[in-house]
Design a protein around this ligand. Structure first.
Ligand SMILES: Cc1cc2nc3c(=O)[nH]c(=O)nc-3n(C[C@H](O)[C@H](O)[C@H](O)COP(=O)(O)O)c2cc1C
Length: 194
């Protein structure tokens, strides 16, 4: 089977953010797997307006979402076989910029696995649980294993330009990636057959 295309969606865009570090690290981990081709999709590079369309994305039939950037987002997400969402926890939930990027589309997410990398006071546990609910509504398959950046790894990587401090999370990344490969291949086969 050809490689699975698994983009990494970075859900924090604020000035001085931490999120680009775990995002770059997990992209490297994904690309080290022989079954995966990963690229980082930084939402700073996808400045979608707040969703403002009359037609709900689930009702769009012709692939035209009424916004040029959203149509490019549709092409990018539609070409993927699964996703890793890298996200902070904002007020016990997901960042608005991330939810907005999810809301703009519908069928492009469908029947594809999604895994999570998160951090925060409780290692991002709450935001991941909330995103799993959102993912199900978009017909994604949220995988069981996630990477939760622990307090010691967060502290070690915050001030460093090196990604070496993520090493203690390598095993968690392997479990996440194994899930993505299994579900990614199974769902790709099923999508092609249907
Ligand atoms: C608006 C906002 C709300 C936050 N709420 C939470 C929260 O509910 N739980 C938590 O663990 N951390 C919270 N934090 C702290 C973040 O975990 C921390 O700032 C982290 O670095 C955010 O990731 P980022 O730097 O990539 O944006 C919040 C931060 C911001 C900016």
């Amino acid at each position: 089977m050809s490689k699975l295309t698994i983009p990494v969606i970075l859900g924090s865009t604020r000035d001085g953010r931490y999120g680009d570090k775990p995002a770059r690290w997990i992209t490297e981990q994904l690309n080290a797997n022989e079954h995966i081709s990963a690229e980082l999709l930084d939402l700073r590079d996808w400045p979608l307006p707040f969703f403002d369309q009359k037609t709900p994305p689930g009702a769009v039939k012709d692939g035209n979402y009424g916004n040029a950037l959203a149509n490019k987002w549709s092409e990018k997400i539609g070409a993927a076989d699964g996703f890793v969402i890298v996200t902070p926890e904002y007020n016990h939930g997901y960042p608005a910029v991330l939810k907005n990027a999810l809301d703009w589309l519908y069928r492009e997410w469908k029947r594809k696995p999604v895994g999570f990398v998160a951090w925060g006071q409780v290692y991002g546990g709450r935001v991941v649980e909330q995103l799993r609910l959102v993912a199900c509504e978009l017909h994604m398959v949220p995988v069981r294993n996630a990477v939760h950046v622990t307090a010691d790894v967060w502290a070690a990587t915050k001030a460093s330009t090196s990604l070496e401090g993520f090493a203690p999370l390598a095993k968690a990344a392997t479990h996440l990636i194994d899930d993505l490969v299994w579900w990614g291949q199974a769902l790709k086969t099923a999508r092609q057959a249907s």
